[in-house]
Design a protein around this ligand. Structure first.
Ligand SMILES: Cc1cc2nc3c(=O)[nH]c(=O)nc-3n(C[C@H](O)[C@H](O)[C@H](O)COP(=O)(O)O)c2cc1C
Length: 224
Protein backbone atom coordinates (compact mmCIF):
# COMPACT_ATOMS: atom_id res chain seq x y z
CA UNK A 1 0.00 0.00 0.00
CA UNK A 2 1.39 3.42 -0.85
CA UNK A 3 0.91 6.34 1.50
CA UNK A 4 -1.46 7.85 -1.06
CA UNK A 5 -3.67 4.87 -0.51
CA UNK A 6 -3.93 4.91 3.26
CA UNK A 7 -7.32 3.76 4.45
CA UNK A 8 -9.94 6.32 5.34
CA UNK A 9 -9.55 7.23 9.00
CA UNK A 10 -12.06 5.85 11.44
CA UNK A 11 -13.87 8.95 12.60
CA UNK A 12 -15.35 7.55 15.81
CA UNK A 13 -12.84 5.04 17.13
CA UNK A 14 -13.97 5.09 20.76
CA UNK A 15 -11.72 5.35 23.80
CA UNK A 16 -9.88 2.01 23.33
CA UNK A 17 -8.22 3.07 20.07
CA UNK A 18 -7.69 6.69 21.05
CA UNK A 19 -5.08 6.49 23.83
CA UNK A 20 -4.19 10.19 23.70
CA UNK A 21 -6.77 12.88 24.28
CA UNK A 22 -7.23 14.45 20.85
CA UNK A 23 -7.16 18.07 21.95
CA UNK A 24 -7.22 20.46 19.01
CA UNK A 25 -3.70 21.47 18.05
CA UNK A 26 -3.21 25.02 16.94
CA UNK A 27 -0.21 27.01 15.90
CA UNK A 28 1.23 29.02 18.75
CA UNK A 29 -0.05 32.59 18.59
CA UNK A 30 2.03 34.83 16.41
CA UNK A 31 3.42 37.62 18.58
CA UNK A 32 3.89 40.06 15.73
CA UNK A 33 2.44 40.53 12.29
CA UNK A 34 4.75 38.85 9.79
CA UNK A 35 5.95 40.87 6.78
CA UNK A 36 4.14 38.52 4.43
CA UNK A 37 3.97 38.99 0.67
CA UNK A 38 4.68 37.07 -2.52
CA UNK A 39 7.88 39.12 -2.78
CA UNK A 40 8.95 38.01 0.73
CA UNK A 41 8.13 34.36 0.16
CA UNK A 42 9.06 33.84 -3.50
CA UNK A 43 9.68 36.68 -5.91
CA UNK A 44 12.45 38.61 -4.17
CA UNK A 45 13.64 35.92 -1.74
CA UNK A 46 17.09 34.63 -2.63
CA UNK A 47 19.52 31.96 -1.49
CA UNK A 48 22.11 33.84 0.57
CA UNK A 49 25.82 33.14 1.03
CA UNK A 50 26.90 36.22 3.00
CA UNK A 51 25.37 37.14 6.34
CA UNK A 52 24.96 40.13 8.59
CA UNK A 53 25.83 39.46 12.24
CA UNK A 54 22.23 39.83 13.51
CA UNK A 55 21.38 36.68 15.50
CA UNK A 56 18.56 34.21 15.04
CA UNK A 57 16.85 34.34 18.42
CA UNK A 58 15.33 31.59 20.56
CA UNK A 59 11.95 33.22 19.98
CA UNK A 60 12.41 33.07 16.20
CA UNK A 61 13.42 29.40 16.39
CA UNK A 62 10.32 28.56 18.41
CA UNK A 63 8.10 30.53 16.00
CA UNK A 64 9.70 28.67 13.09
CA UNK A 65 8.83 25.30 14.52
CA UNK A 66 5.33 26.42 15.55
CA UNK A 67 4.66 27.27 11.89
CA UNK A 68 6.54 24.34 10.35
CA UNK A 69 4.65 21.71 12.31
CA UNK A 70 1.31 22.94 10.93
CA UNK A 71 2.19 22.01 7.33
CA UNK A 72 0.58 18.79 6.08
CA UNK A 73 2.30 15.39 6.17
CA UNK A 74 0.89 12.03 5.15
CA UNK A 75 -1.10 10.46 7.98
CA UNK A 76 0.08 13.47 10.01
CA UNK A 77 3.31 11.47 10.31
CA UNK A 78 5.47 14.53 11.07
CA UNK A 79 8.84 12.78 10.61
CA UNK A 80 10.87 16.01 10.29
CA UNK A 81 13.38 16.70 13.06
CA UNK A 82 15.43 19.89 13.35
CA UNK A 83 18.72 20.58 15.10
CA UNK A 84 19.57 24.30 15.33
CA UNK A 85 23.31 25.04 15.52
CA UNK A 86 24.19 28.52 16.71
CA UNK A 87 27.37 28.33 18.79
CA UNK A 88 30.88 28.41 17.30
CA UNK A 89 31.48 25.06 19.02
CA UNK A 90 28.53 23.45 17.25
CA UNK A 91 29.62 24.92 13.91
CA UNK A 92 33.13 23.52 14.42
CA UNK A 93 31.64 20.07 14.93
CA UNK A 94 29.82 20.50 11.60
CA UNK A 95 32.81 21.86 9.66
CA UNK A 96 34.49 18.48 8.78
CA UNK A 97 31.29 17.29 7.10
CA UNK A 98 30.90 20.33 4.83
CA UNK A 99 31.96 20.48 1.21
CA UNK A 100 34.66 23.11 0.65
CA UNK A 101 32.38 25.75 -0.86
CA UNK A 102 29.88 25.52 1.97
CA UNK A 103 32.33 26.03 4.85
CA UNK A 104 32.67 29.82 4.88
CA UNK A 105 28.96 30.64 4.40
CA UNK A 106 27.96 28.10 7.04
CA UNK A 107 30.46 29.29 9.64
CA UNK A 108 29.30 32.87 9.01
CA UNK A 109 25.56 32.14 9.19
CA UNK A 110 23.98 33.00 12.56
CA UNK A 111 22.19 29.63 12.58
CA UNK A 112 22.49 26.38 10.64
CA UNK A 113 19.65 23.90 10.84
CA UNK A 114 20.28 20.21 10.32
CA UNK A 115 17.01 19.24 8.65
CA UNK A 116 16.62 15.61 9.64
CA UNK A 117 13.98 12.95 9.90
CA UNK A 118 13.10 10.15 12.27
CA UNK A 119 12.95 6.77 10.50
CA UNK A 120 10.91 5.53 13.50
CA UNK A 121 8.36 8.32 13.07
CA UNK A 122 5.58 5.73 13.15
CA UNK A 123 6.07 5.14 16.89
CA UNK A 124 4.39 8.53 17.44
CA UNK A 125 1.36 7.77 15.25
CA UNK A 126 -0.82 6.56 18.15
CA UNK A 127 -0.56 10.19 19.32
CA UNK A 128 -0.47 11.95 15.97
CA UNK A 129 -3.13 9.93 14.16
CA UNK A 130 -5.18 8.34 16.94
CA UNK A 131 -8.28 7.57 14.91
CA UNK A 132 -6.87 4.30 13.58
CA UNK A 133 -3.85 2.00 13.96
CA UNK A 134 -1.69 3.95 11.50
CA UNK A 135 1.51 2.70 13.15
CA UNK A 136 0.91 -0.78 11.73
CA UNK A 137 0.90 0.57 8.15
CA UNK A 138 4.60 1.38 8.51
CA UNK A 139 6.04 -0.73 11.33
CA UNK A 140 6.26 -3.87 9.16
CA UNK A 141 6.83 -2.19 5.82
CA UNK A 142 10.36 -0.79 5.63
CA UNK A 143 10.14 0.57 2.05
CA UNK A 144 6.92 2.45 2.82
CA UNK A 145 8.30 3.74 6.13
CA UNK A 146 11.57 4.90 4.51
CA UNK A 147 9.82 6.66 1.62
CA UNK A 148 7.28 8.26 3.95
CA UNK A 149 9.95 9.51 6.36
CA UNK A 150 12.07 11.03 3.60
CA UNK A 151 9.21 12.48 1.55
CA UNK A 152 7.46 14.12 4.46
CA UNK A 153 10.66 15.12 6.23
CA UNK A 154 11.71 16.90 3.04
CA UNK A 155 8.35 18.63 2.84
CA UNK A 156 8.74 19.78 6.43
CA UNK A 157 12.19 21.14 5.58
CA UNK A 158 10.57 23.17 2.81
CA UNK A 159 7.87 24.36 5.21
CA UNK A 160 10.65 25.46 7.57
CA UNK A 161 12.35 27.38 4.77
CA UNK A 162 9.15 29.17 3.80
CA UNK A 163 8.28 29.82 7.46
CA UNK A 164 11.69 31.42 7.90
CA UNK A 165 11.06 33.72 4.95
CA UNK A 166 7.60 34.49 6.31
CA UNK A 167 9.00 35.75 9.63
CA UNK A 168 11.65 37.83 7.90
CA UNK A 169 14.68 35.56 7.88
CA UNK A 170 16.83 34.67 4.88
CA UNK A 171 17.77 31.09 4.03
CA UNK A 172 20.32 28.97 2.21
CA UNK A 173 19.62 25.26 1.80
CA UNK A 174 22.61 22.95 1.24
CA UNK A 175 23.07 19.35 0.23
CA UNK A 176 26.85 19.68 -0.17
CA UNK A 177 27.93 17.79 2.93
CA UNK A 178 28.68 14.27 4.14
CA UNK A 179 25.43 12.92 5.60
CA UNK A 180 27.11 10.01 7.37
CA UNK A 181 29.53 12.37 9.17
CA UNK A 182 26.67 14.62 10.26
CA UNK A 183 24.67 11.63 11.41
CA UNK A 184 27.48 10.16 13.50
CA UNK A 185 28.47 13.54 14.99
CA UNK A 186 24.99 14.82 15.86
CA UNK A 187 22.10 12.48 15.15
CA UNK A 188 22.64 8.76 15.53
CA UNK A 189 22.14 8.72 19.30
CA UNK A 190 18.82 10.49 18.76
CA UNK A 191 17.75 7.94 16.15
CA UNK A 192 17.51 10.65 13.43
CA UNK A 193 19.06 10.89 9.95
CA UNK A 194 20.16 14.03 8.13
CA UNK A 195 18.44 15.24 4.97
CA UNK A 196 19.81 18.71 4.16
CA UNK A 197 21.25 21.77 5.89
CA UNK A 198 19.66 25.19 6.04
CA UNK A 199 21.57 28.35 6.88
CA UNK A 200 19.39 31.01 8.49
CA UNK A 201 19.90 34.65 9.29
CA UNK A 202 19.81 38.05 7.70
CA UNK A 203 21.55 37.90 4.34
CA UNK A 204 23.74 40.63 2.93
CA UNK A 205 21.99 41.54 -0.35
CA UNK A 206 25.09 43.33 -1.66
CA UNK A 207 26.87 39.96 -1.87
CA UNK A 208 24.23 38.11 -3.89
CA UNK A 209 25.25 36.48 -7.17
CA UNK A 210 22.97 37.06 -10.19
CA UNK A 211 19.63 35.28 -9.94
CA UNK A 212 19.80 32.00 -11.89
CA UNK A 213 17.02 31.50 -14.44
CA UNK A 214 14.00 29.25 -13.93
CA UNK A 215 12.28 26.89 -16.34
CA UNK A 216 9.42 28.25 -18.39
CA UNK A 217 5.96 26.88 -17.77
CA UNK A 218 5.99 24.62 -20.85
CA UNK A 219 9.35 23.11 -19.85
CA UNK A 220 8.15 22.10 -16.41
CA UNK A 221 4.38 21.78 -16.47
CA UNK A 222 1.56 20.22 -18.36
CA UNK A 223 -2.17 20.63 -17.95
CA UNK A 224 -4.31 17.67 -18.93
C1 LIG B 1 18.21 21.07 -1.52
C2 LIG B 1 19.15 22.16 -1.93
C3 LIG B 1 20.51 21.94 -1.82
C4 LIG B 1 21.41 22.95 -2.15
N1 LIG B 1 22.75 22.74 -1.94
C5 LIG B 1 23.61 23.76 -2.09
C6 LIG B 1 24.97 23.62 -1.72
O1 LIG B 1 25.39 22.57 -1.22
N2 LIG B 1 25.79 24.66 -1.89
C7 LIG B 1 25.37 25.86 -2.42
O2 LIG B 1 26.17 26.78 -2.54
N3 LIG B 1 24.08 26.04 -2.77
C8 LIG B 1 23.18 25.02 -2.61
N4 LIG B 1 21.85 25.20 -2.93
C9 LIG B 1 21.40 26.53 -3.38
C10 LIG B 1 20.85 26.56 -4.82
O3 LIG B 1 21.89 26.53 -5.75
C11 LIG B 1 19.99 27.85 -4.96
O4 LIG B 1 18.95 27.78 -4.03
C12 LIG B 1 19.44 28.01 -6.35
O5 LIG B 1 20.46 28.21 -7.30
C13 LIG B 1 18.44 29.18 -6.44
O6 LIG B 1 19.04 30.38 -6.07
P1 LIG B 1 18.12 31.64 -5.70
O7 LIG B 1 17.28 31.23 -4.53
O8 LIG B 1 19.07 32.74 -5.32
O9 LIG B 1 17.31 31.98 -6.90
C14 LIG B 1 20.94 24.20 -2.64
C15 LIG B 1 19.55 24.39 -2.76
C16 LIG B 1 18.67 23.40 -2.39
C17 LIG B 1 17.18 23.66 -2.47
Amino acid sequence: MSDTETPAPVMDPGPASAPIAAAPIAAEPEPAAAPLSLETLFLEARTHYAWRPDPVTDDEIHRLYALTRMGPTSANSSPGRFLFLRTPEAKERLRPALSAGNIAPTLAAPCTVIVAYDPRFFDKLPTLYPTTDARSWFANNDPLATATAFRNGTLQGAYLLMAARAIGLDCAPMSGFDNSKVDSEFLTWRGWKSNFLLNLGHGDPTELPPRPPRLDFDDACAIL
